[in-house]
Design a protein around this ligand. Structure first.
Ligand code: UD1
Length: 374
C-alpha cells in the first residue's frame, strides 16, 4: 500500500505551483499522487495550455465546476470534491494559493475527516501565511480560512510565519520552504526563450511594458477602472503597453464604453509565452500576486496597481513598488524606469528551484512516522 496524496488545482495561478510538487511526489515509491482539477478555470487558454506548457499530466479527476458566484462556486467544489474523498480516502490533501477551489477543498477535507472520525486526510497549504489585511479581496478570506484548517503550512517568505503566529497557529505546523512557483519559473526559463511571442507581436526586447489587470477592485467599478485607464494612457505616450486580457476584464470593457486604443490588447497567453514576455519587458504593471514574485526573480521592475500586497518581500527585497491607482505615482515611477533608474532587487531565501523537494520530504517523513500503510 502507498500513501495517497491528492493535489488540487482549480484556476490559472495554481498550475505552475502544483506541477513541481506533483512531479516530485512521483519520485517517491511509497507515494501515490493524484491530481484533481476542479474546473474553476475551464477555457483552454486559462487551463489546458498550462498543462501542455508545464508538461503536467492529465488530471486523474476533473470536477467540471465552472463559474458562478463565490458561494455557488465554493459550494459546488465542496460537493464534487467530497465524492472524490469518499471514493479515494486520501492520507493527505494538498491545496495551493488562495483561489476559491483552495478553500473549498480544504474545508471539504476537514469535514470529511470529522465525519469519519479519522486522523486523516491531513491538509497541507502551499503559500500559507500571506496577508493583505484587505477583506474586500476574496483571496484574503480564502487564505485566512485555509490556513486555519491546515496541518502543514508551507510559507514562501519570512513575514508569513509572523502573520500565522499572530493568528494563533502552532509554530510546529509552519515550514518556511520557499516559493514553489519559482521552481516552475526557473525550470521553464530556457524553454520560454524558444517562444516566438516577441516576433509574433513585433516587439523588441526592453521596448515595451506588460499590463495585467483582473481584480474586481480594479475592473468591477467603472470609476476605478477609468482612473487606471487615464494613468495608463499617459504611460502609453512613452512606451507601448501589451495587455493580455483576462476574461473578467474583457467582459467589463464593452459595458464601460471607454477608449482603449492606446493599449495593445491580446488574448490571455500560455505559460511559456507569458514568461518570455516578462523576461524581456522594460517593466510590468499588474494587480496579480504571482507576477510580483516572478518579476522579482527575473529582475524586471514591477508596479503593483493595488493599494497593498500580501507578498511584502517583493517590495522589501525585490523589484516591486506599490503604486495603487495613483496617477502621479504611476507616471513618476514609469519615468524613473524609462530613465534607467528602475528598482533593482535581490532574490529571497529559498526561491531557488528546490522548494518542491523540501515540501515533499517534509510530508513524506511525517506520513512515514505517523501513519502505517500495509
Ligand atoms: C480567479 C481567482 C483569483 C486569481 C484569478 C487568476 C478566486 C476568488 N479568484 O479569479 O484569485 O487571481 O482566478 O485568473 O478564486 N471565466 C472565463 N473562463 C474561464 C474562467 C472564468 O471566461 O475559464 C470568466 C467567467 O466569466 C467568470 C470570470 O471569468 O465569471 C471570473 O472567473 P473566476 O474563476 O470566478 O475568478 P477570476 O477572476 O478568474
Amino acid at each position: 500500500m502507498k500513501y495517497k496524496v491528492i493535489i488540487v488545482v482549480g484556476a490559472r495561478p495554481n498550475f505552475m505551483k502544483a506541477a513541481p510538487v506533483f512531479v516530485e511526489f512521483k519520485k517517491y515509491e511509497k507515494i501515490d499522487p493524484l491530481l484533481i482539477h476542479t474546473g474553476q478555470h475551464y477555457d483552454n487558454n486559462l487551463s489546458k495550455v498550462f498543462f501542455d506548457d508545464l508538461k503536467l499530466a492529465e488530471p486523474h479527476f476533473y470536477l467540471g465546476v465552472g463559474s458562478g458566484t463565490h458561494s455557488i462556486q465554493t459550494a459546488k467544489v465542496m460537493i464534487e470534491f467530497e465524492k472524490i474523498l469518499l471514493e479515494q480516502n486520501p492520507h493527505l490533501v494538498m491545496v495551493v494559493g488562495d483561489v476559491n477551489s483552495t478553500l473549498a477543498c480544504a474545508l471539504a477535507a476537514v469535514k470529511y475527516r470529522c465525519a469519519n472520525q479519522q486522523y486523516y486526510p491531513l491538509i497541507a497549504h502551499i503559500e500559507a501565511g500571506l496577508r493583505s489585511y484587505d477583506w474586500q479581496m476574496p483571496e484574503e478570506i480564502n487564505r485566512r480560512l485555509t490556513d486555519s484548517l491546515s496541518d502543514f503550512l508551507f510559507t514562501t517568505e519570512p513575514g508569513a510565519e509572523d502573520n500565522l503566529i499572530k493568528e494563533g497557529i502552532d509554530t510546529e505546523k509552519i515550514f518556511y520552504v520557499g516559493n514553489v512557483m519559482i521552481d516552475s519559473l526557473l525550470k521553464s526559463k530556457k524553454k520560454a526563450e524558444e517562444s516566438e511571442i516577441l516576433t509574433q507581436l513585433k516587439l523588441k526586447k526592453k521596448n515595451y511594458a506588460v499590463l495585467t489587470i483582473h481584480r474586481p477592485t480594479n475592473v468591477d467599478d467603472r470609476e476605478d477602472f477609468k482612473k487606471l485607464l487615464n494613468a495608463l494612457k499617459k504611460v502609453s505616450k512613452s512606451i507601448q503597453i501589451i495587455f493580455p486580457i483576462h476574461p473578467r476584464t474583457k467582459k467589463m470593457l464593452p459595458k464601460y464604453h471607454m477608449n482603449t486604443d492606446f493599449l495593445k490588447i491580446i488574448p490571455p497567453l500560455g505559460y511559456l509565452d507569458f514568461i518570455k514576455l516578462l523576461i524581456h519587458a522594460k517593466f510590468v504593471m499588474t494587480d496579480s500576486g504571482g507576477i510580483q514574485e516572478e518579476t522579482t526573480v527575473l529582475n524586471v521592475p514591477c508596479l503593483t496597481l493595488r493599494k497593498n500586497t500580501e507578498r511584502p518581500v517583493t517590495v522589501t527585497m525585490g523589484t516591486n513598488i506599490i503604486v495603487g491607482k495613483d496617477q502621479m505615482k504611476i507616471i513618476e515611477e514609469t519615468d524613473k524606469i524609462l530613465q534607467g533608474k528602475g528598482k533593482k532587487g535581490q532574490i529571497p531565501k529559498f526561491w531557488d528551484g528546490r522548494t518542491a523537494q523540501r515540501i515533499c520530504k517534509i510530508v513524506y517523513d511525517f506520513l512515514k512516522t505517523n501513519i502505517t500503510v500495509g
